[in-house]
Design a protein around this ligand. Structure first.
Ligand code: ZN
Length: 397
């Protein structure tokens, strides 16, 4: 398997059909004759898009393949956090095995890169980080996995957690995570100062879960923007969820969007039906990078999710009242280019020279391909076919 391919009759982003030459895992040219002796794939007029990007999930905690989990958890955020810590022990949720299961499911749906938040707390310690690092290594040829050290149970309220976060970064976590600095740790300045200090020391990006509503979330968001500017971390900081951007006070939201754009802070949305959400089009028009993610897939938090980023594009579209074809394309962008920019993926896209991380979709137009979310015809990672007709060619080791 050399990473050389020749694909006939594909339509890049739904445009006119052409042939594509891939060499050494990279796109070389469109419209050339087939080089001799190379594996040929008949594209069959499928639409060609770059690999889907799952920019926010939790690979360590999925219950995929473990039987149905009967969810009887309480309504508050803290109920879910405490329930999960207890169930991790009771059910024996193995982060290495579970992350492999979800990563392979993602690949079957066309994701070629994943950013996963991974729990770090004083009970599981670094076992989640170690497990997902193992999966990352085992499956490196079929998917890129980036790991965020994530203080799911709070950080300052649980002494010992900061030290574990630091160890997670030494072990190889790529990003420092945070969680509701006001609502969970109840010390926004302390929480964010610790995270940004670690980011500076280890030279890693920041990705903060911010579920805090309205003005409370806006306050935390302003503190994150301030620190991004002060440390010169423009382009290195993501705010996940950012429900506060869906609040009613439009003047306040407009000011926040301007500040996010100016500080180059990225926004990650899961477009949940149950909460106010960031306005994707306004953010993108202001120049903010917006990406999308599944968040938890079938875990103790909730029964939903299938790790399909085309389905996520549909949810982003529906939640943002996108109807026009160009709007559906924008929703898809959050699951491709937006995610790639958020993760800082190099040489991403369909241009010659880019890595051959590619998906072939059935559909007359790009919008039709998104909304019908048919099984992916072919998924290619680094010039090698890794899934066909919705099935991964690699199984859990
Ligand atoms: Zn999350």
């Amino acid at each position: 398997m050399s990473g050389d391919l020749y694909i006939t009759r594909v339509r890049p982003m739904g445009e006119a059909a052409t042939n594509l030459t891939v060499r050494d895992g990279r796109i070389v040219a469109y419209g050339e004759a087939a080089p001799p002796g190379v594996e040929v794939i008949d594209g069959g007029d499928a639409i060609l898009i770059p690999g889907l990007v799952e920019a926010h999930t939790h690979l360590d905690k999925t219950l995929l393949g473990m039987g149905w989990y009967r969810n009887e958890v309480g309504p508050r955020l803290i109920d879910k956090i405490e329930n999960e810590r207890a169930e991790k022990k009771r059910l024996g949720i193995d982060p290495a095995r579970q992350s492999a299961r979800q990563a392979i499911l993602s690949v079957s749906h066309g994701s070629t890169a994943i950013r996963s938040h991974v729990d770090v707390d004083t009970e599981v310690g670094l076992s989640g980080i170690e497990g997902v690092l193992r999966t990352r290594e085992t499956y490196r040829d079929i998917v890129d996995i980036e790991i965020v050290a994530f203080p799911q149970s709070g950080m300052l309220i649980r002494p010992g957690t900061v030290e574990l976060m630091e160890q997670a970064l030494r072990l190889g976590a790529h990003v420092i995570g945070g969680l509701d600095p006001s609502a969970i740790d109840r010390d926004p300045k302390g929480h964010l100062d610790v995270i940004f200090r670690l980011a500076e020391r280890f030279g890693v990006p920041v990705d903060v879960h911010l579920h805090e509503p309205a003005e409370l979330g806006a306050f935390s968001m302003e503190l994150i923007i301030e620190r991004t500017r002060a440390l010169g971390m423009q382009g290195q900081v993501t705010i996940s969820h950012a429900f506060c951007l869906g609040m009613a006070d439009q003047d306040y939201v407009a000011n926040l969007i301007d500040a996010l754009a100016e500080a180059k802070v990225h926004i990650l949305t899961t477009a949940p039906a149950s909460r106010p959400v960031p306005p994707v089009k306004r953010l993108v028009e202001a120049g903010v990078v917006v990406a999308a993610g599944s968040d938890g897939v079938r875990d103790t938090w909730g029964p939903y999710g299938n790790a399909d980023m085309l389905e996520r594009a549909v949810l982003v579209g529906m939640r943002n009242n996108f109807r026009r074809d160009d709007e559906v394309a924008l929703a898809l962008d959050t699951c491709t280019t937006g995610g790639a920019r958020l993760m800082g993926l190099e040489d991403y896209g369909l241009a010659p020279g880019c890595k051959a991380d590619l998906v072939l979709l059935d559909g007359e137009t790009l919008a039709e391909a998104v909304v019908s979310r048919a099984p992916r015809r072919v998924v290619i990672k680094g010039g090698r076919v890794v899934a066909r007709n919705g099935r991964s060619l690699v199984e859990v080791a």
